[in-house]
Design a protein around this ligand. Structure first.
Ligand code: ZN
Length: 240
């Protein structure tokens, strides 16, 4: 099986369509979504419906959660909070109900998926360093776990010690555990503006990071036209 693991779409339809097309070209048989389908971008409705049509495994992201509730958005910066309020107004009650019932983590075939971290998925902690990865590994029973949330592709590997870094290809080795960030479809933050997702080929035990260009100008124009904060459009081109 060839799994296409993607997330942090953030209402960016141009990026999502590009990734789904690439999955088709790459012979992906099983798409898997690690959450944050909505928030920031101008097409939350379209992105959510596209992901739902895939009928694929899905876990909840923090923006999905906030868009589906009436919380006061205390933990969000002003631009993110404004985008969530905008997203709440544009999603239907049915769509918000759908997002609400999505779970925080789940097994898929021989691996696990979670949006943020396995030690407390509902607290949305960021895993940027080894200490944070170590906490998550404590709860990781499968050899592989894919996650997102930081929008930065990265692999953490646990064997006799814990190490990691950026990756483009990983050959899965026995007696090692892997916690793999697949980057972001719709709002990369590693300084590379191109969409990011990963392909896991379970027969060949190979993980490959994919990056591709998309129509960023179109996505930016839609954000501005929707009256969303201009900064959300600008950051797309910078990949920050
Ligand atoms: Zn996100």
């Amino acid at each position: 099986m060839r799994f296409g693991i993607f997330g942090d779409i953030h209402g960016n339809l141009e990026a999502l369509e590009t990734v789904l097309n690439d999955m088709q070209d790459q012979g992906v048989t099983h798409p898997v979504c690690i959450g944050d389908v909505v928030g920031y971008g101008a097409n939350p409705v379209e992105c959510l419906e596209l992901v739902r049509q895939l009928n694929c495994p899905l876990v909840k992201g923090n923006h999905d959660e906030e868009a589906s509730t009436e919380s006061d958005l205390r933990d969000f910066n002003p631009a993110a909070a404004e985008a969530i309020r905008w997203t709440r107004r544009h999603l239907s009650a049915e769509q918000r109900g759908f997002l609400k019932q999505v779970r925080y983590s789940r097994p898929v075939a021989d691996f696990t998926i979670v949006h943020a971290s396995l030690d407390s998925p509902e607290k949305w902690g960021y895993v940027f360093n080894k200490l944070e990865a170590a906490a998550s590994f404590t709860y990781q029973v499968s050899q592989l776990c894919f996650f997102g949330h930081t929008h930065v592709p990265h692999v953490f590997i646990r064997d006799t010690d814990l190490h990691g870094g950026f990756y483009s290809k990983i050959k899965v080795q026995p007696k090692r555990k892997y916690f793999i960030n697949v980057g972001s479809v719709g709002q990369p933050r590693d300084g590379d503006w191109r969409c990011s997702y990963a392909i896991y080929d379970s027969q060949r035990e190979l993980i490959e990071l994919r990056r591709m260009e998309y129509d960023v100008v179109k996505a930016q124009k839609k954000i501005v036209a929707a009256g969303l904060p201009r900064r959300l459009a600008e950051r797309l081109a910078a990949g920050r």
